[in-house]
Design a protein around this ligand. Structure first.
Ligand code: DQA
Length: 138
């Protein structure tokens, strides 16, 4: 199974960015450790701060069996990322958020990509990514 993990803006800073919300652990380290836990899965891990680069990566994912995406703040604003997810051949798409976006500012409550995804996982810290992988295996 090939699983593509796509992370959007500012997620390269997890570990130091607003630790009271996102914790102290680096997302890069967490995802590397997590991928070792699942030797049967081929992971591609991608992060970019630029909307168009995220779209380019989604377009490269046609042969993936699943996409796990945390689009960061673009979740709430990007019709273009939602359109790219609609267009990609891979139809198993899971939205992930580290924080509980429903317990935060009102503008984080709307996701433009949720409707394109099989499901959404949020609020479990970095474990949200692991829960997404587990959901693919069950
Ligand atoms: C986030 C939630 C978004 O609202 C925010 O802009 C992020 C991180 C999360 O993982 O909790 O950058 O996607």
């Amino acid at each position: 199974m090939k699983v593509s993990i796509i992370n959007g803006p500012n997620l390269n800073l997890i570990g130091t960015r607003e630790p009271e919300i996102y914790g102290h652990e680096s997302l890069t380290d967490y995802l590397l450790l997590m991928s070792k836990k699942y030797p049967g899965i081929r992971f591609t891990i991608f992060q970019n701060n630029i909307e168009g680069e995220i779209i380019n990566e989604i377009q490269r994912c046609s042969d993936a069996d699943a996409i796990i995406i945390n689009a960061g703040a673009y979740t709430h604003t990007s019709i273009a990322i939602a359109d790219a997810l609609r267009a990609v051949a891979c139809k198993k798409i899971i939205e992930v958020h580290i924080s509980n976006v429903y317990a935060r500012e009102h503008y984080r409550r709307e996701s433009l990509i949720a409707g394109v995804c099989m499901g959404s996982i949020c609020g479990f810290g970095l474990k949200s990514y692991d829960l997404a992988v587990m959901s693919l295996l069950s």
